[in-house]
Design a protein. Structure first.
Length: 373
């Protein structure tokens, strides 16, 4: 038996009838683009979060890029964010013509360090873009205070944090806009690509709707540029509508998997050098991925292959050290915590339908490998 960090097939077998019914509903509706399913999902996703508006788009990267553009971000502007993230966070900033400005993360929780943000603000700064990483919200209160002092907007990257909470407030409800991805691995995942932007501002939502549809306000009439072809697909929207009703159950399933890891591996924090995820006070973690840490990470991953266990690293290359972003000028050592984490972190299998037998085998194998180091 080969074990990987994610597998959708157990969930699909359980939900197959509902998912295929969603496809049939769209195919028989007579409307395949921007129809009833997209409208319904937008209303329901906004209602789940208690926000006024939701605009469905084709993927999470474009959700971020369009959110930034709708807030007026463009060439000459700067956006403060982190390098300890998936590259799409930064690709979206780059897509607007703005410059990403990186600050380091906190070693204990891997999230943006608010104490470093204010020093990164310049007259060109327009947005602070925190990433709610791995299923846990960044520390928002100090970021909100900094944004207020400097007249900045906050755009939340919620691609990994559907349903996560901080002090009871859902991820995506604190900034001027929030971007979500519905890539299949996500806490709320489609069966293909998808994304959405939440906002409470009516004009921002209106502009998002123009931006996703070539900049048009009426068919064939462009009213703003740049425009995009960035529409959420009807089939994916209908699937997401069905799955949204099960989101809280998915989250509880992930939290149950996390509890079993804590029970099976918790003692190794002191004896085996393995660091498990930390949940900050006031946060509800949804465990998009279950990221652990060990200084001998590469040896561990290689040894686990003998057990048929093939794990991921999220992420092995900090964005600022990737060749595609070399022009930003961040040399080795410029973000020391981020760079250290990239050498030590790895992800254990995590999805709500993860069989307990698979998890038990993973825990047992990891314990054996650590004992042999």
């Amino acid at each position: 038996m080969s074990i990987s960090v994610w597998d959708y097939l157990p969930e699909y077998e359980k939900e197959k009838d509902d998912l295929l019914d969603a496809v049939e509903k769209v195919f028989s509706s007579g409307r395949l683009v921007l129809g009833e399913s997209v409208e319904g999902f937008e209303e329901e996703f906004a209602r789940y979060h208690g926000t006024a508006h939701c605009t469905g788009v084709d993927n999470g990267t474009n959700a971020l890029e369009l959110a930034l553009e709708a807030l007026g971000v463009g060439p000459g502007d700067e956006v403060i964010t982190v390098s300890n993230t998936a590259a799409p966070t930064v690709v979206a900033i780059d897509g607007t013509g703005a410059t990403p400005v990186f600050v380091d993360v906190r070693e204990e929780d891997f999230l943006i360090d608010p104490d470093l943000v204010e020093a990164a603000v310049t007259p060109r700064t327009k947005v602070i873009l925190p990433v709610h990483l791995y299923g846990q919200c960044a520390d928002m209160a100090p970021l909100e205070a900094i944004a207020a002092r400097h007249g900045l907007k906050i755009v939340e990257d919620c691609a990994q944090a559907h349903g996560a909470r901080q002090q009871g407030r859902l991820a995506g409800t604190r900034g001027a806009a929030a971007a979500f991805s519905f890539y299949p691995t996500k806490v709320l995942g489609a069966y293909g690509d998808g994304g959405a932007v939440l906002t409470d501002d009516e004009e921002t939502d209106r502009d998002l709707r123009r931006l996703r549809y070539y900049g048009m306000e009426e068919t064939y009439h462009v009213v703003r540029t740049p425009g995009h072809n960035s529409r959420l697909d009807e089939v994916q929207a209908e699937i997401l509508r069905r799955k949204l009703t099960r989101l809280d159950a998915y989250i509880e399933g992930r939290r149950a998997v996390a509890r079993r890891y804590e029970e099976g591996l918790g003692d190794l924090t002191a004896t085996g050098g393995l660091q498990l995820p930390v949940t900050n006070e006031g946060n509800t973690h949804v465990y998009y991925v279950y990221v652990v840490r060990h200084p001998k990470r590469d040896q561990i991953l290689e040894a686990l292959k003998a057990y048929g266990i093939h794990l991921n690293i999220s992420y092995p290359w900090p964005v600022h050290r990737q060749s595609g972003f070399a022009h930003l000028g961040y040399g080795e050592g410029s973000l020391p915590v981020t760079e250290k984490l990239a050498r030590e972190i790895f992800s254990l299998p995590m999805y709500p339908s993860l069989p307990e037998t698979v998890q038990e085998k993973t825990v047992s194998a990891l314990r054996e490998v650590l004992a042999a180091l």
